[in-house]
Design a protein around this ligand. Structure first.
Ligand SMILES: Cc1ncc(COP(=O)(O)O)c(C=O)c1O
Length: 409
């Protein structure tokens, strides 16, 4: 089995959904991956924020081994011991009351939208006007299923599948005036990524998030935060909203929660959860014993890494800022903790740099065309950052502004 035969077989047998880089990975350890030719790569993307503890972390391997020897799946018709334990962990760190476990980010966000509607329709019995509209942000990304897609503020993702779920309105990013203008009595929820990930690593402003909190609270609507990419330690705190001094009514998490096993979660208040009754929502696979047992270990290890994430993030960003002074065509360095974006002026240059880094054994990706995105595992050390900075420095020189404007890559 080699890259050529695998890619040929995929071309003949899979839906053509992915434009993959031409690398066939066969194993990983810590912050490194190896391809089929034995070439080593430093992983600064961690499966788009999933492999937060790197590859083959001993605690994850131990939990998988132990739990898979006991029980992998039972369905949600019966009890197992880990869902409530994990819920207790996550409610303690989030300041919320209850959890629902599912399989992925988009499924968590779908559930969040359903809770927003159900909460509003339960409130109708009190004689209040019907609330059904959901305000979300331009440039956002919430997933690929219909509700998540309907709330994703990037037309390129929605257009082929319209008409989507009705009742969604898009607010200009960080524009408090636009939020206030669009907020009326028909709004049942405001949904926000605390840091837009796919949209180019853009943190929501404190002023905007506080305005959303104030308006939703005043009008009995829910504040839903999507922390599927930025939550669970990525920013150096358990949740990115903890940098803002607010607590939402609901937050969704997924990617790093079980370090690579499919799991997502909705965390919410008792009040919002009171609209849910048996049979209203559910999943076959979500919250199985294997994924939950692993997630418990991941949370335990992550708890001990928060300060490290914060420190390494600061170190990494300061070196990226130095590159910004040195090289033309870098617009901005953004992010928190180990969720970092470097925006370039040129999409072609960003593309060429991602390929250059890949060729030289470092994995990052490009999002929103012009933004280099870094989502390294929480276990990186300064030496790994130094290696990436050195390579970026030479790559930025090699693909300097004058050459990139000729449209390379
Ligand atoms: C902020 C955010 N929300 C939702 C999703 C969808 O998650 P999934 O791909 O697990 O469905 C993603 C995935 O990139 C995301 O970054």
């Amino acid at each position: 089995m080699n890259l050529a035969s695998v890619s040929r077989a995929e071309a003949d047998s899979l839906l053509p959904t992915y434009d993959r880089h031409r690398v066939l990975f066969t194993r990983g350890r810590g912050v490194y991956l190896w391809d089929a030719n034995g070439k080593r790569y430093l992983d600064f993307l961690s499966g788009i924020g999933v492999n937060a503890l790197g590859h083959r972390h001993p605690a994850v391997r131990r939990a998988i081994r132990t739990q898979s020897d006991k029980l992998i799946h039972i369905s949600n018709l019966y009890f197992h011991e880990y869902q409530s334990e994990l819920a207790k962990q996550l409610t303690k760190t989030s300041g919320l009351d209850r959890a629902f476990f599912c399989n992925s980010g988009t499924e968590a966000w779908e559930g969040a939208l359903k809770i927003a509607r159900a909460h509003a329709s339960a409130g109708k019995n009190n004689g209040s006007r019907t609330k059904w509209r959901i305000l979300v942000l331009e440039n956002s990304f919430h997933g690929r299923t219909f509700g998540s897609l309907a709330t994703t503020g990037q037309p390129k993702y929605r257009a082929p599948f319209e008409p989507l779920v009705p009742g969604i309105r898009f607010v200009k990013f960080n524009d408090v005036g636009d939020l206030e203008r669009q907020f009326d009595a028909s709004v049942c929820a405001v949904g926000i990524e605390t840091i837009q990930g796919e949209g180019g690593v853009r943190p929501v402003s404190k002023e905007f998030l506080k305005a959303a909190r104030r308006l939703t609270r005043r009008h009995g609507a829910l504040l839903l935060l999507d922390e599927i990419q930025c939550g669970l330690g990525r920013t150096g705190r358990h949740f990115a909203y903890q940098h803002y001094g607010i607590t939402p009514d609901l937050v969704t998490v997924a990617k790093p929660i079980a370090a690579g096993l499919p799991l997502g979660a909705i965390l919410t208040t008792n009040k919002a959860a009171s609209c849910i009754h048996p049979g209203m929502h559910g999943t076959t696979f979500g919250g199985g014993p294997l994924a939950c047992a692993v997630a418990l270990e991941v949370q335990r290890v992550t708890n001990g890494l928060l300060t490290h994430i914060e420190r390494l993030g600061r170190y990494f960003r300061s070196h990226l800022e130095t590159l910004k002074f040195k090289h033309k065509g870098i617009v901005e360095v953004r992010g928190m903790g180990l969720m970092i974006g470097m925006e370039l002026e040129s999409a072609d240059r960003a593309k060429a740099i991602v390929v250059h880094l890949l060729d030289h054994g470092v994995l990052i990706n490009r999002t929103h065309n012009t933004v280099l995105r870094f989502l390294p595992p929480y276990i990186i050390e300064k030496s790994h950052v130094n290696q990436v900075i050195r390579l970026l420095d030479s790559s930025l020189s090699e693909h300097a502004v004058s050459t990139s404007s000729r449209g390379r890559g």
